[in-house]
Design a protein around this ligand. Structure first.
Ligand code: GAR
Length: 205
C-alpha cells in the first residue's frame, strides 16, 4: 500500500528530489504529502514547489525551545496524515518527546557514513580526514540519540581512491539517492527489518 510520507529537509534537497523521481518512475510506492523545513532559504523548497508539494516552514526562532518546535512539527505530521517521516538532510536533532513517542519507528534518517563511525555533521570529511578506506551510508530509525537509532540499511563503499572529501561526498550521495527510495518502498510492502528482526509495518488509520 502507498506510504504517505512527510519529508524534513534543511538544505539542498537532492535526496528529496531523488525520492520524487523514484516515485514518478514507479520504483517507489509512496506519496509525499508535505515538505517541512527549518530553513526558509532551503533549495528543497523549490524542489517541492516544482512538484506541487505543500511546504511548511518551522523556524527555531519562533519557539521558546526545541521541544516546542518539535510539537509544531508533530501537529503538522498529524495534519498531513504522515505514515512515515523521512529526514533528508534535516540538520537539527529532534528533541520533542511527544513527537518521538508518537512517531517511534516511523521516522527515518539517512547518514553519509557507516554508523556508529562518523556521526554528526560533515561525516564524509570526517571519514576522509581520518584516512578511512571504506565508508558508506546508513539509513536508521530516529530516536533520542544523535545518529544512533536502530539501523535499517547500510551500504559500504570503497573510498580509498577518493582524493578529497568532496569526492567522497559525491560517491556516497549517488548511492544515497538509490538506497533511500528502496528503503521507503520497503515500507509499502508492509514490513521492514529492525534490529535483525522482521517487523510488520502498519499504517496509521
Ligand atoms: C546527505 O548527504 C545526507 O546524508 C546528509 O546531508 C546530506 C543532505 O543532502 N545528512 C546528514 O549528514 C545527517 N546527519 P541533500 O539535501 O542534497 O539531500
Amino acid at each position: 500500500m502507498t506510504v504517505k510520507v512527510a519529508v524534513l529537509a534543511s538544505g539542498r534537497g537532492s535526496n528529496f528530489r531523488a525520492l520524487l523521481e523514484s516515485i514518478k518512475g514507479g520504483r517507489c510506492d509512496a506519496q509525499i504529502r508535505v515538505l517541512i523545513t527549518n530553513n526558509p532559504d532551503a533549495q528543497a523548497i523549490s524542489v517541492a514547489k516544482e512538484a506541487g508539494i505543500a511546504v511548511e516552514t518551522v523556524q527555531r526562532n519562533d519557539f521558546a525551545d526545541r521541544p516546542a518546535m518539535d510539537d509544531r512539527i508533530k501537529s503538522l505530521l498529524d495534519k498531513y496524515g504522515a505514515d512515515l517521516v523521512v529526514l533528508a538532510g534535516y540538520m537539527l536533532l529532534l528533541k520533542g518527546k511527544r513527537l518521538l513517542e508518537a512517531y517511534r519507528h516511523r521516522i527515518i534518517n539517512i547518514h553519509p557514513a557507516l554508523l556508529p563511525s562518523f556521526p554528526g555533521v560533515d561525516a564524509q570529511k570526517q571519514a576522509f580526514d581520518y584516512g578511512a578506506k571504506v565508508s558508506g551510508l546508513t539509513i536508521h530509525f530516529v530516536d533520542e540519540s544523535l545518529d544512533a537509532g536502530p539501523i535499517i540499511y547500510q551500504e559500504a563503499l570503497d573510498i580509498s581512491g577518493c582524493r578529497s572529501a568532496e569526492e567522497v561526498a559525491k560517491k556516497i550521495l549517488a548511492r544515497e539517492h538509490e538506497a533511500y527510495a528502496k528503503v521507503v518502498d520497503s515500507f509499502s510492502k508492509g514490513s521492514y527489518a529492525v534490529e535483525g528482526r522482521r517487523v510488520r509495518y502498519v499504517p496509521r488509520g
